[in-house]
Design a protein around this ligand. Sequence first.
Ligand SMILES: Cc1cc2nc3c(=O)[nH]c(=O)nc-3n(C[C@H](O)[C@H](O)[C@H](O)COP(=O)(O)OP(=O)(O)OC[C@H]3O[C@@H](n4cnc5c(N)ncnc54)[C@H](O)[C@@H]3O)c2cc1C
Length: 233
Amino acid sequence: MAGGETAEIHEFEKKTFFDACLPLEEIARSGPQSLAFGPLKPVGLVDPRSGRRPHAVVQLRQDDLMKNFFQLVGFQTRLKHGEQRRIFRTLPGLEKAEFERFGRMHRNTYINAPLILNRFSRSRRDGRVYFAGQISGVEGYVESVASGLACGLFAARQALGTELPELPPTTATGALLAAISGADWRDFRPCKFTFGLLPEMDAAECRDKKRKKEMKAERACEALEQWARKAAI
Ligand SMILES: Cc1cc2nc3c(=O)[nH]c(=O)nc-3n(C[C@H](O)[C@H](O)[C@H](O)COP(=O)(O)OP(=O)(O)OC[C@H]3O[C@@H](n4cnc5c(N)ncnc54)[C@H](O)[C@@H]3O)c2cc1C
C-alpha cells in the first residue's frame, strides 16, 4: 500500500492533509503498523472464530438498501484506480470484490474564521451574515449541527432585537466558536471538538482523565442551563 502509485496532485491540492483524514498510503508510509492503529483498529471487536481480538479489521458500511454496495470506511486515498483494485483485493475476503466507485480525497472548503467571524459565528464586517457548519471552519457532523443550531438561535434573537449572550467557553459549542474565531489566522485549519478545547478545571488535583472529562461535562451542562435561563430560551 505504501508503495502504491498515486494520482497526480494539482498545485492547489498540495497544501495540507487534515490529520483525521489522511490518505491511506500516507498513513501506511509512516510505519508498518500504522494502519492497524488507525483506520483498521479493531476497537471492541472479537473474531468469532478464535474468540480473540483481531490484529486489524476493515469496516464495510452498507451503502444501499439492497445491500449490494458497501463502503470501505476510512479508505480515503489518492491511489490510482488500478492500484486500488489490485491492493484492496489482497485483503482477505475482498479477493473477488467489484469496485463500483473508487476511493478519493475530498477537499474541505472553509473561510478563514479568525479573520472573519466573532464568537457568535457572525461576520465582524456585516452583522447580518452568519456562517454555520463546515464552511465556518468547524469539522464533523455534530460540530456542524451544533454550529447551525447556535447560528439559528443567535440570528432569530437578533431579528427580534433581544440578542443572546455569548455561549460560555466552558460549553462544547461555546469552546468551538471561541476556538475558530480566536485561532491564529495564518495557520487556520478546521476544528473538531475535543475536551482539550475546554478550559482546565480549577481542581488541579483531579489527575484521573476520565473523571476530569466527566467534571468538564458536568460544568458544561450547568453553564449551558445558566446561559439558557439568562437568555430566557
Ligand atoms: C467522505 C467524508 C466522510 C466524512 N466522515 C465523517 C464522519 O465519519 N464523522 C463526522 O463527524 N464527520 C465526517 N465528515 C465531515 C462531515 O461530513 C461534515 O463536517 C459535515 O457534513 C458538514 O455539514 P454541513 O451541513 O456544514 O455541510 P454539508 O454537509 O457539506 O452541507 C452543505 C450543503 O449545502 C449544499 N450546497 C452547497 N452549495 C450550495 C448552493 N450554492 N446552494 C444551495 N445549496 C448548496 C450542499 O449540496 C450540501 O447539501 C465526513 C466528510 C466527508 C466528505
